[in-house]
Design a protein around this ligand. Structure first.
Ligand SMILES: *Cc1c(COP(=O)(O)O)cnc(C)c1O
Length: 399
């Protein structure tokens, strides 16, 4: 049996999305900027996709910019806004649990003379809107907080934070890469100025992303060259990718309720089964399912290494993630788990199981079987297991 439980790292492209894309690799190959028939045909498809994205997010088509992915959209929004407003102030507010695309953009800006406040989160990963307000100074120009966390699934109170930003005339950007297709994403309702998406996280292609930027919000041009994307991002438009993200977002929104309900059901079944089968584990992230992405679960297994668990699950055909895909390969435990107060040694033994719209309870049964055997076996060989149980108990008492 092969089980894919790493949908937060990436998803496959839906067959009908792929079919919609295929003509744009061959027959309709024109450059969307060309002034002949081939170009016009490509541009028509791009315009249609832009309309689909705008409709899905409840904004105007002129507020949609196509990029190469979620990382680029975050970079473009944060650096682009900061550079365009450096005369107004040099302070940015973000959180400690952002995706590296946001954190590293902020670090780069720090090197350029900006000041960044990295807000703490509580033990379920929530940013406190009051802490955002308290961090505001007369130099603050931008707030960037993610809509939903990629490791522990926390859905942040962006609407409230956006209201605070607005009251202080500060721009707000949100990384909604993990949110779309899992929870409603309506830019008017959220009240954000900029928002980032990535095609491959919701059954669309890789290498295509979206930046929503409210009309009137100024940012510096991200990629210098031609005048594509209203002169904010040069480079020939990726017609197949754009067509793909258009179809994918249309489906994601149409099937949102059905998919979210299914994922939450399978996820809840998995979480209960794990909790019933193993002791000395921590379920990281919100306990209240309504404040958590429906497909997300994240556990720390006291006394063992996440990499060891991942290796054994992989041998059994089960694909999961230890920490986040971006930091796997490094030996540092996840910055997100440390930020919610998981002790370093316990954070090392963490695995994210992220469910998709097609996972089944049969797959969960198989996964839990393998997982329980693996954890028990690794623990029986672990020299630090007994020692860490003490640490774990202290940690549970605190909560
Ligand atoms: C995956 C992800 C990104 C990066 O998107 P890419 O398209 O892979 O560059 C950014 N933010 C979050 C929260 C993500 O999960």
């Amino acid at each position: 049996m092969k089980v894919y439980l790493d949908h937060s790292a990436t998803t496959y492209v839906d067959k009908d999305v792929l079919e919609g894309m295929l003509p744009y690799f061959t027959d309709v190959f024109g450059n969307g900027s060309s002034q002949h028939f081939y170009g016009r045909e490509a541009l028509k498809a791009i315009d249609e996709a832009r309309d689909k994205v705008a409709k899905a997010l409840n904004c105007k088509s002129t507020e949609i910019y196509f990029t190469s992915g979620g990382s680029e959209s975050d970079n473009m929004a944060i650096k682009g806004y900061a550079l365009a407003h450096k005369d107004k102030g040099n302070h940015i507010i973000t959180s400690k649990i952002e995706h590296p695309a946001v954190l590293e953009s902020c670090r780069k800006l720090e090197k350029m003379g900006f000041e960044v406040t990295y807000l703490d989160v509580d033990n379920e990963g929530f940013v406190d809107p009051k802490a955002v307000e308290a961090a505001i100074t007369d130099k603050t120009i931008l707030i960037t907080i993610m809509l939903a966390n990629n490791e522990i699934g926390t859905i942040e109170p962006i609407k409230e934070i956006a209201q605070i930003a607005k009251a202080h005339h500060i721009a707000i950007h949100t990384d909604a890469v993990q949110a779309i297709g899992n929870i409603p994403v309506d830019v008017q309702d959220l009240g954000v100025d900029m928002l980032a998406l990535s095609g491959h996280k919701f059954y669309g292609p890789k290498g295509i992303g979206v930046l929503y930027k409210k009309n009137g919000v100024k940012i510096e041009r991200f990629l210098d060259g031609g005048e594509q994307e209203r002169n904010l991002r040069a480079s020939t438009l990726n017609t197949p990718g754009i067509v793909g993200i258009g179809y994918a977002i249309e489906k994601a929104v149409k099937d949102l309720d059905k998919n979210a309900k299914h994922m939450a059901e399978v996820r809840d079944y998995f979480v209960k089964k794990v909790q019933d089968s193993l002791e000395y584990i921590m379920y990281n992230g919100p306990k209240d399912s309504s404040k958590r992405l429906p497909g997300n679960s994240d556990f720390s297994f006291v006394g063992i290494e996440g990499e060891g668990i991942l290796f054994h699950l992989d041998l059994a055909g089960i694909a999961v993630s230890s920490g986040s895909a971006c930091s796997s390969g490094s030996l540092d435990p996840s910055h997100v788990l440390l930020a919610i107060g998981v002790p370093m040694a316990i954070a090392h033994g963490s695995i994210r199981f992220s469910f998709g719209k097609m996972n089944t309870k049969e797959e969960v049964d198989y996964t839990v079987d393998v997982l329980v055997k693996t954890v028990n076996q690794l623990r029986s060989m672990s020299p630090i297991y007994d020692e860490l149980i003490g640490e774990y108990k202290k940690c549970i008492m605190k909560k």
